[in-house]
Design a protein around this ligand. Structure first.
Ligand SMILES: NC(=O)c1ccc[n+]([C@@H]2O[C@H](COP(=O)([O-])OP(=O)(O)OC[C@H]3O[C@@H](n4cnc5c(N)ncnc54)[C@H](OP(=O)(O)O)[C@@H]3O)[C@@H](O)[C@H]2O)c1
Length: 212
């Protein structure tokens, strides 16, 4: 697949590297593509560009930007470049405020997630929440003593979710499909839960597993 990754932070770089590792064609995008030069020199198979160039390039899009900037980044990517495409939404609505006793603050509430806001505004794109509830170091083929971890996903478009399930299979995850976009109200706060051991005990290596 051709994958357009929107972002220049750790998540974007790690996921872009994962797609390259699994044989996909990748373009990673930033408002300032030059800041990706060092990453590109150690990942020569991937291309770099603007958000718009990466979105145009990708058949599959990955949104990996700061939550407060997600709307702006998608506007820069261009609505037309996103239309009809699956968009893996790895973002979290983390507010510009410090955590309280290790608990992150969000700028959304439990009646509307960030992904629902984005899905409403960019209605021709097919958002699928994924990779938001684990640290970047554990995103690609993580090894846990407890076995294969579970990625909770959701989104309104079944074909887009099938594509993302295929990616998660390659990246070493089992997928738990939680349904439509509203389920992001429950999935996004998993990021808060995931981060608590990190903030309290500097423990950043873990993932969720759904037992049945
Ligand atoms: N860090 C993790 O391990 C982790 C794990 C799971 C989920 N997440 C979520 O994944 C997302 C990315 O996290 P990150 O830590 O890799 O990076 P980050 O520092 O949260 O975000 C960096 C990205 O945000 C973009 N950005 C910032 N302000 C912008 C603006 N005004 N307009 C457009 N774009 C803007 C930057 O664009 P430029 O390239 O143009 O500067 C850059 O690509 C976040 O939503 C985070 O909550 C993070």
């Amino acid at each position: 697949m051709k994958v357009g990754v929107l972002g220049s932070g750790d998540v974007a770089k790690v996921l872009a590297g994962g797609f390259v590792k699994h044989g996909h064609q990748v373009m990673i995008g930033s408002r300032t593509p030059a800041k990706l030069a060092e990453w590109a020199s150690s990942n020569p198979k991937a291309a770099t560009g603007t958000f718009a160039a990466a979105a145009q390039f990708g058949e599959l899009i990955v949104l990996a930007v700061k939550g407060t900037a997600a709307r702006e980044a998608l506007q820069l990517a261009g609505e037309r470049n996103l239309a009809g495409k699956a968009v893996i939404d790895a973002t979290n609505p983390i507010a510009e405020a410090p955590p309280v006793n290790g608990v992150l603050r969000f700028f959304t509430d439990l009646d509307e997630s960030l992904m629902e806001r984005l899905q409403k505004e960019f209605s021709d794109a097919h958002f699928v929440k994924a990779f938001s509830s684990v640290g970047n170091a554990c995103m690609v083929n993580p090894q846990f003593k407890g076995g294969t971890p579970t990625m909770f996903i959701c989104g309104n478009d079944e074909a887009a979710k099938k594509t993302v399930r295929g990616v998660l299979d390659q990246f070493g995850w089992e997928t738990a499909d939680m349904g439509k976009a509203e389920a992001a109200r429950a999935i996004e706060p998993l990021c808060m839960l995931w981060c608590i051991p990190g903030f309290l005990r500097n423990d950043w290596v873990h993932a969720f597993k759904l037992l049945t």
